[in-house]
Design a protein around this ligand. Structure first.
Ligand SMILES: *Cc1c(COP(=O)(O)O)cnc(C)c1O
Length: 357
């Protein structure tokens, strides 16, 4: 017997690289534009004296702003340190069963990590060949369901009717819908929370609100689920969100016009970029997110393109697993200029790699 037998063995989530210095960073789906000027103002106006005290334990300033913006009662809103924190608390709070939690084989690669670390049994459900969900695959007995919609890294959005069918037919387990990218084109399941007490909808300010560095996420659900989620949170760490994040998050939510302006810009760049990539011979499906999921031209490996771009200090994301997506690159939509730099690099790289092949 050794202390080593008592150590928790986990394979952690692997985040995209955060290189230092000057690079074109299209690898972690951050927003290429700064957060609302109201965020800077809120931070400037914050009296540092407030940092002497613990932050709001109920995160009221933020949940009240979210409540007013979304028209959801504040008792039905939970906030945390990025949606990773919120999702992790949801896994801990909602998935106590013995039956496996279900999620797609190609999706956010953190779900299986939380399942492992919390000892929650799970089973992945293959998406169809077009990376779409087949709702009938979610009829098997389960201890919960997690679906990212729009999905990552595929960028595909499912219609609300597909999700509703899954929620409707699984009223004995909690269904979590991760809407990290919904502001770029998905249909939200938010209106369903009053109809289905087993539904939780999770959001983040990291992508569409341009605040990945602030770590702000939130969830909407029935009061019943909220009570359990709050109880679990207060059993782990009562003061999750810090005061500057609470104030910055509230300020960001209140600036609707800036939010619309940057999301529309990103959507426009996304559509143009998809056309350019197709023109370069990539196969690239429609995206409802702030990234594109693209397969390089026949005979050119995604890993080689990834490396060649990196040599030019352009970072995109390549997943080796699961194997069915190893031929793809996930490219975050940057500014117009960043995308043009990417296309210029690809125009040089592709012919060289073609010769090699
Ligand atoms: C980025 C992302 C998250 C995590 O976002 P944070 O709020 O920054 O923790 C959660 N789910 C999906 C699908 C994401 O892409």
């Amino acid at each position: 017997m050794s202390f080593r037998d008592n150590l928790r063995k986990v394979t952690p989530y692997v985040p995209g690289e955060q290189p230092r210095g000057s690079v074109i960073k299209l690898n972690t789906n951050e927003c290429p534009y700064p957060p609302s000027p109201k965020v800077a103002e809120a931070l400037r106006n914050m009296d540092p004296e407030r940092l002497r005290l613990y932050p709001e334990v109920g995160i009221e300033t933020l949940t009240e702003a979210l409540s007013a913006y979304y028209g959801v009662k504040k008792e039905q809103i939970f906030a945390g340190v990025g949606s990773d924190d919120v999702l992790s608390m949801c896994f801990l709070a909602f998935f106590e069963g013995k039956k496996p939690v279900l999620f797609p084989d190609v999706t956010y690669s953190f779900y299986d990590v939380w399942a492992e670390v919390y000892r929650i049994p799970y089973r992945t459900v293959p998406l169809d060949p077009d990376f779409r969900i087949r709702p009938e695959d979610y009829l098997a007995e389960n201890g919960g369901i997690v679906i990212a919609n729009p999905n990552a890294p595929t960028g595909r959005a499912e219609e609300l009717s597909v999700l509703q069918e899954i929620i409707e037919k699984n009223q004995d387990s909690v269904v979590i819908i991760d809407e990290a990218y919904v502001d770029f084109g998905g249909e939200t399941a938010l209106p369903l929370i009053d109809r289905y007490p087993n539904l939780a909808v999770v959001r983040t300010m990291s992508k569409s609100r341009a605040m990945a560095g602030m770590r702000i996420g939130y969830a909407f659900a029935s009061r019943e689920l909220m009570e359990v989620l709050q109880a679990v949170k207060y059993s782990v760490n009562s003061y999750t969100m810090n005061t500057p994040s609470i104030l910055a998050g509230a300020a960001a939510i209140k600036d609707e016009s800036y939010f619309r302006e940057i999301t529309e810009k990103i959507i426009k760049t996304r559509e143009r970029s998809r056309d350019v990539l197709c023109g370069l011979g990539f196969s690239c499906g429609r995206s409802s997110t702030n990234f594109l999921f693209a397969k390089p031209p026949e005979g050119i490996g995604a890993a080689r393109v990834f490396e060649a771009l990196k040599e030019r200090r352009i970072y995109v994301r390549h997943f080796k697993k699961p194997e069915r997506i190893a031929d793809y690159l996930r490219i975050t939509v940057g500014t117009e200029e960043e995308m043009d730099a990417l296309f210029a690099a690809l125009r040089e790289i592709l012919p060289a790699l073609r010769e090699e092949a």
